[in-house]
Design a protein. Structure first.
Ligand code: SF4
Ligand code: FES
Ligand code: FES
Lengths: 853, 157
């Protein structure tokens, strides 16, 4: 648990006025001369300055001349003052900068022709700009040499994806600073000093943190380069295309570097958007492009013939789909057909899918939440409300209290995780974390409160009750609160959750006194069978503390277009405002029964649903009950699955359609804030694959019901849908807690948490070589005590058994996890961990044992 | 391995600082005094005690040439080779020491008595050339002075 940290109050905004190159500018007090110049569009060269890091003034490249100051000043570390007169381009400044470059080049090898940074090296560019072709440092350059080699190629791989060349390093320290300040990682350091200063991995470690790819991107020279891009292509031979990360709900902005002649993407870098990502990419966002070029992409349609899937043409596949769907409709009606779609697909695909299912086929069996268990058929009012609240990522920055509830932020929303670190390091935020297991964000938390798995709404209810009992907030709802959590007092509830009553009080006071609160809940909540009571507890907390009037709250969506899926009406029973829009666009809206992923599966088993179309989703792998999902789909008469790859789900299909990835067509995505962003087409579709929207339109055509009579209509209809304000009203009901009400099976004493590894997200990412070079297989994360109790050592094979399944995984011992819980990532098809889960369970339980060879 | 007393001493020193990082140098000093040099294992031990990431401890330790990072002889001879000392003959003095001790700079004599290293300015430019042996400064050096000093240390050993 992190200890309390005292924070400075934010400074009040006074301004200063100064003159730069003869132009007057007024900036906030505390702004540097460099930033003041930039605000005028005056470019001052820099090496060590980074907009998102604290200034250190180590390179001296940003020299400016300031009247009345005797020497040149480093503009990045000089605060702008009233009345300053600054020159950024005087002869003295130019002379100073030339001297800096000459000095930096003292030890820098001039191996530009063979350096991978060539063409995008700031040192190369600034040397060129300052016309420096001579040096007074005539002596031998200081050299790092590996293994006695005399080459300047002192290349050392310091992490799965990072190559280091110490000779080229110019000691700007941006890499080490970003790693520590922005990412909170300590696997890289700057050692020694003077001529032999050296950047390197921390003793005995690898640079393999989930943000490590940024280090190569921000290195101004070729000292740190990315393994994925090295020596593959020169940067000036590539074209850049702006894109969006398809794996993060924040919709991190990216640039893809591609070669048109080869139809290939070579790397991804940030396309800095301060409102979303501050220019940082998690490794998942950075290396996702490799999924596109994985060598086992589906290249053609397949049709099942005599029990085997064989290659087919699109015409054959589409004809078969049309025929079989019409047959099912003729025999049993449209309610016998369903559709599941991935919330990672773009708006046109999602909307088209919805229109195909509801308007053309006429069914309400539509869902995009294929990873959540036991979604009820009745609308979840509180959950819907908490999921549709307005959230601004950048509002995290100046929040003075941030609460994270039921979310492993690093794994679910890496860029929000960085924002929270930033609010702590650069702002005045006090951070509280309330989770069933300890997470990586705990080091910036004033308090991390770990409650017993399955007690989510009781824990949050106890916070509310504490606030009321202690008079921190006034409310006449005390009894109802007590009733909802089924405890007489806050302290009794807290203790039942394994929490300290004092801690809850501290958090309650912080929230009550705060100027601006950000309250974020995540996937641990959404994946719970008891989403609705938990969401009700969140809504109560919001009301008691007026969070939405002085800040923001919500349950964050899990995927890159979950929010779009909600707006476009892909939920089985969308909110009334959305249904009304759809009805007016289509002239009708089906009045058939609505079914969720779970209830569709139940119906498949009863043979009440016979045909299913799945696009981009892999329920067999990710639905939290593998056997149930597989058996349900096996009952279908006709299954169409469209995906990038052969998956556990495509295996069962009668028709498999190759789907194009996000990089192969232009698509719009709605991020967790509701912001619509575009990922542009970078390359042509791989093989015979087609974009999702084209596939649903083709199916509709074959069913003799064209989706859009004119090309523009698609966009118009989507625009109409996105105009709707779909934030659901926050209900103020109490939903009785179901905390801890699962049967406690003595045979299976350990709670099992399943989620993403920090280097993976759902399925697909295991196809990225750079991501699997970080983490390439599943593991069992457990506490040192639990491990010792079973005589398990790091790396040992452990058998994990639940009442329904068994998997064997290597052990990973972590100080951060409690003794009564284990964690397993769900991202690896080779480790079918969802086979351990039962859909009806609130908390899955397992037992573990060491595999003795 | 840090001894019980060293661990206690580090804890005592660390308690004085509001910033945990401030305890890095005092802790390194304790470790150095006990072990005679520093290494990666000591950094991680210290890291656990003062709860500062090991890399930050390694960074501080390697920044300071005053901490040897390998086992050294009984007498650690640190000769300044910066500008003032260099102008007054540090290089030839280093050569002379190498000759007398029959080792190269960075090495230790076979009797484990002397280790010879060069360091940056020790702030004693006005008495250049100079060297530091363990905790003591030896200034205004000449070859004769060096002979005397080595002789004296040998007898003391
Ligand atoms: S490795 Fe690159 S980013 Fe790091 S200090 Fe050296 S030049 Fe700067
Ligand atoms: S950019 Fe100002 S000193 Fe480096
Ligand atoms: S240069 Fe040797 S002591 Fe200063």
């Amino acid at each position: 648990m992190a200890e309390a940290v005292t924070k400075k109050a934010p400074s009040n905004k006074a301004t200063v006025t100064l003159t730069i190159d003869g132009r007057s500018v007024t900036v906030d007090k505390g702004t540097t001369v460099l930033e003041a110049a930039r605000s005028l569009g005056i470019h001052v060269p820099t090496f060590c300055w980074h907009p998102k890091l604290k200034s250190v003034g180590s390179c001296r490249m940003c020299y400016v001349e300031i009247e009345k100051m005797p020497k040149l000043q480093v503009s990045c570390a000089t605060e702008a003052m009233d009345g300053m007169v600054v020159a950024t381009d005087s002869d003295l400044v130019k002379q100073g900068r030339r001297a800096v470059i000459e000095f930096i080049l003292m030890n820098h090898p001039l191996d530009c022709p063979t350096c991978d940074q060539g063409g995008e090296c700031q040192l190369q560019d600034l040397t060129f700009a300052h016309a420096i072709d001579d040096s007074r440092f005539a002596f031998q350059k200081e050299r790092f040499v590996e293994d006695g080699s005399v080459s300047t190629f002192d290349d050392v791989q310091i992490g799965p994806e990072i190559m280091l060349n110490r000779n080229r390093c110019i000691q700007c320290y941006k890499c080490v600073r970003a790693n520590k300040e922005a990412f909170g990682e300590f696997d890289l350091g700057a050692f020694e000093r003077g001529n032999i200063t050296e950047i390197n991995a921390a003793p005995g470690r690898q640079v393999d943190n989930p943000f490590s790819g940024n280090l190569a991107e921000i290195c101004p020279v070729g000292a740190l380069t990315g393994m994925d891009w090295r020596y593959k292509i020169r940067v000036w031979l590539t074209k850049t295309v702006s894109s969006i990360c398809p794996f993060t709900a924040s919709g991190v902005n990216t640039l893809m570097y591609m070669d048109e002649t080869k139809n290939r993407i070579y790397r991804t870098t940030s396309r800095r958007n301060d409102e979303i990502d501050d220019g940082w990419l998690s490794n998942v966002s950075r290396y996702a492009y490799q999924v596109v070029h994985a060598d086992d992409r589906l290249l053609t349609p397949f049709i099942r013939r005599d029990g085997k899937q064989v290659e087919a043409t699109w015409d054959e596949a589409l004809d078969l789909i049309a025929k079989r769907l019409s047959d099912i409709q003729d025999q049993k009606g449209c309610v016998c057909i369903g559709g599941l779609v991935s919330p990672r697909l773009d708006n046109a695909t999602l909307y088209g899918f919805n229109k195909l299912m509801r308007h053309v086929i006429g069914t309400n069996n539509v869902d995009y939440r294929t990873e959540y268990r036991m979604l009820p058929q009745t609308p979840e009012d509180h959950y819907q409300a908490a999921c549709s609240q307005p959230i601004r990522i950048s509002d995290v920055d100046d929040s003075d209290v941030i609460v994270v509830f039921g979310s492993d932020m690093l794994k679910e929303h890496p860029n929000l995780y960085l924002r929270i670190r930033k609010a702590f390091n650069f702002g005045a935020a006090r951070i509280f974390i309330l989770n069933p297991y300890s997470t990586k964000a705990s080091d910036v938390a004033e308090l991390e409160m770990v409650y017993h798995a399955g007690m989510d709404e009781v824990a949050l209810g106890a916070v509310c009750l504490t606030a009321v009992e202690k008079g921190i907030v006034s409310s006449d709802e005390t009894d109802r609160l007590r009733e909802a959590i089924a405890f007489d007092s806050a302290s009794a509830a807290a203790l039942a959750c394994g929490l300290e009553p004092d801690h809850l009080e501290l958090m309650a006071r912080a929230m009550a006194e705060a100027r601006k609160v950000t309250f974020l809940a995540g996937e641990i909540i959404s994946r719970s069978r008891e989403r609705e009571p938990i969401a009700a507890a969140i809504c109560n907390l919001n009301r008691l503390f007026s969070i939405n009037t002085k800040g923001q709250f919500g349950i964050l969506p899990g995927h890159s277009n979950s929010r779009g899926a909600h707006h476009l009406g892909l939920a089985p029973d969308p909110p009334a405002s959305i249904k009304a829009k759809l009805r007016s666009l289509w002239g009708q809206y089906p009045d058939t029964e609505t079914n969720t992923t779970d209830s569709m599966m139940v119906q498949m088993r009863k043979e009440e649903i016979d045909g299913l179309i799945i696009m981009g989703a892999n329920p067999v792998m990710l639905y939290p009950d593998r056997a149930f999902a597989r058996e349900s789909l096996e009952k279908l008469d006709f299954l169409v699955v469209s995906d990038l790859f052969e998956t556990e789900t495509t295996e069962l299909a009668d028709v498999v359609l190759p789907l194009s990835s996000w990089a192969e067509y232009t698509g719009d995505y709605v991020n967790l804030e509701g912001r619509v962003q575009t990922a542009s087409k970078a390359i042509h579709p791989i093989g015979d694959s087609r974009p999702g929207y084209a596939i649903v339109e083709a199916i509709a055509d074959r069913l003799e019901n064209t989706l859009y009579t004119a090309e523009d209509y698609r966009r118009d209809e989507i625009d109409t849908m996105l105009e709707v304000d779909t934030a659901c009203p926050v209900p103020n009901l109490y939903v009785p807690s179901k905390g801890g009400q699962d049967e406690d099976d003595a045979e299976y004493p350990i709670a099992l948490m399943i989620g993403d590894d920090p280097h993976h997200r759902g399925h697909y990412t295991e196809k990225s070589a750079s991501l699997t070079s970080h983490v390439g297989e599943a593991y069992l994360e457990l506490s040192p005590d639990l491990a010792a109790g079973h005589e398990i050592k790091e790396g040992d094979s452990v058998r994990i058994e639940s009442p329904v399944g068994k998997v064997v995984l290597p052990a990973r011992i972590s100080e951060h996890i409690r003794n009564d819980i284990v964690f397993v990532p769900r991202n690896f098809p080779s480790a079918p961990v969802t086979s351990l889960l039962m859909r009806k369970r609130r908390i899955d339980r397992v037992r573990i044992s060491k595999v003795v060879r | 391995m840090l001894a019980e007393e060293s661990i206690a001493l580090i804890k005592e020193k660390a308690a004085k600082y509001p910033e945990r990082k401030s305890a890095i140098l005092p802790a390194l000093t304790v470790a150095y005094r006990q072990v005679g040099h520093l290494n990666d294992e000591l950094y991680s031990e210290i890291s656990e005690i003062i709860r500062v990431p090991a890399v930050e401890i390694a960074e501080a330790a390697t920044f300071y040439t005053m901490f040897p990072k390998h086992p050294v002889g009984k007498y650690l001879i640190q000769v300044c080779h910066n500008i003032s000392c260099a102008l007054l003959g540090a290089d030839s003095l280093i050569g002379y020491l190498e000759e007398k001790l029959e080792i190269k700079k960075g090495e230790t004599t076979s009797d484990n008595l002397f280790t010879l290293v060069t360091v940056e300015c020790l702030g004693s430019c006005c008495t250049a050339p100079m060297m530091q042996i363990n905790q003591d400064y030896y200034e205004n050096l000449t070859r004769e002075r060096v002979d005397e000093i080595l002789e004296e240390l040998r007898t003391r050993a």
